[in-house]
Design a protein around this ligand. Structure first.
Ligand SMILES: [Zn+2]
Length: 374
């Protein structure tokens, strides 16, 4: 579970997390319902009735979003696609699906499953509200759930990536063009377009006096636009790195150092004299760990004479590794996932033969770019 999140349990083996921003939404929704929406629609309730109805509606709204995300995850599971976790945050929920769907029909069904669930909840809520006595709390709660789930369906079906509708749209373009990259580009571009439209509508509403609603719509638009743009940039990177392996970009400029080298010797003899960035620590001919220049920063200067590199090294056990044949993109994704800037490259005998860093990948990208221009 990531930071800024509270783990609330597992459903069908998938971890469910609550982002702190969700509590803001819970308070906001309860407050708007109890403080203004319910009092304007249903007069004559007690203050307690307004607040308890508001809080219950908020919790049921939360469950609606959760059910929506679970539907995506269950369908993904049917296709043997792993779901890391479900996170509920300020804009709703995200089911973190580990891999891209293998074909367009899988993508279609995973994406459409959420809106279908929201539609079912809307219909059920509608019927519960209609059979409840008018003006009752039950009526108020389910009438609101009907409306909000219907909005959820309509919003999610906007055909711009990364919304569900954008994924459905991508699946359709994908099945026509047979080109996943191109389909993603088109769907993300449409997503940016809708993002701009939302921002424009938001500003228009603000100018007409609906400031809070306007800010909210513009904020959603900005979120959509930046998510779609990030996807487009990722596509460019994927395209440039496609077919490239770790060995194409890795650096072999590393040195072997005895474990009892002090940090001072390390700096004087290795860093200042030679332009190396990565060092393997050896003890009696065995590779026991590695040090980067970065690790020195954790030790105060006055201790450099007395501290050995063994004490600041990253031990080989438990280290995230890669191998020369691994696709470069997978290595990059692994760095992102583990929050590191480099990975040691191991050969089949489990010996380090090089290092792959973000810098290496960037300089490879530069050469590819120059070659394409030239
Ligand atoms: Zn969804």
């Amino acid at each position: 579970m990531r930071k800024n999140q509270i783990y609330i349990g597992r459903i069908k083996g998938i971890a469910v997390g609550l982002d702190y921003s969700w509590f803001l939404i819970f308070i906001l929704v309860t407050w708007i319902l109890a403080g203004s929406y319910f009092p304007s629609q249903f007069k004559g309730w007690s203050t307690f009735e307004y607040w308890i109805s508001g809080a219950v509606t908020s919790v049921l709204f939360f469950l609606s979003v959760l059910l929506h995300e679970i539907s995506h995850s269950v369908v993904a599971g049917k296709f043997k696609i792993k779901v890391n976790q479900i996170t509920l945050f300020i804009f709703g929920g995200i089911a973190e699906i580990k891999e891209e769907p293998k074909n367009s029909s899988q993508e279609f069904w995973i994406a459409i499953a959420g809106p279908i669930m929201s539609l079912i909840i809307a219909v059920v809520s509608y019927f519960i509200s209609r059979i409840s006595p008018e003006h009752s709390q039950l009526y108020a709660i389910f009438d609101y759930l009907f409306q909000i789930n219907l909005i959820l369906v309509l919003f999610n079906l906007i055909p711009g990536f990364p919304l569900d509708g954008g994924r459905v749209f991508r699946a359709i373009v994908w099945s026509i063009t047979k080109d996943f990259q191109r389909a993603t580009n088109i769907a993300a571009t449409v997503g940016r377009f809708f993002g701009f439209i939302f921002i424009l509508i938001g500003f228009f509403m603000m100018m007409r006096g609906a400031v809070i609603d306007g800010i909210w719509i513009a904020f959603i638009g900005w979120f959509l636009e930046s998510a779609a743009l990030a996807q487009l940039q990722r596509q460019v990177l994927y395209k440039l790195l496609a077919g490239k392996k770790v060995e194409d970009a890795m650096s072999k400029a590393f040195a072997l150092l005895p474990a009892n080298t002090t940090i001072q010797e390390f700096i004087d003899n290795e860093i200042l004299l030679r332009n190396r960035r990565f060092f393997i620590v050896e003890d009696k001919g065995v590779q026991i760990g590695f040090v980067t220049v970065h690790a020195i920063k954790s030790v105060p200067k006055e201790l450099w004479e007395s501290t050995t590199i063994r004490e600041i090294m990253t031990p080989m056990s438990g280290v995230k590794k890669t191998h020369p044949e691994e696709p470069l993109l997978d290595a990059l994704k692994q760095m992102d996932k583990n929050g590191v800037n480099q990975l040691p490259v191991f050969d089949e005998n489990d010996k380090i033969i090089g290092i792959i860093s973000r810098e290496n990948i960037l300089s490879l990208l530069n050469t590819i770019h120059l070659n394409e221009l030239g």
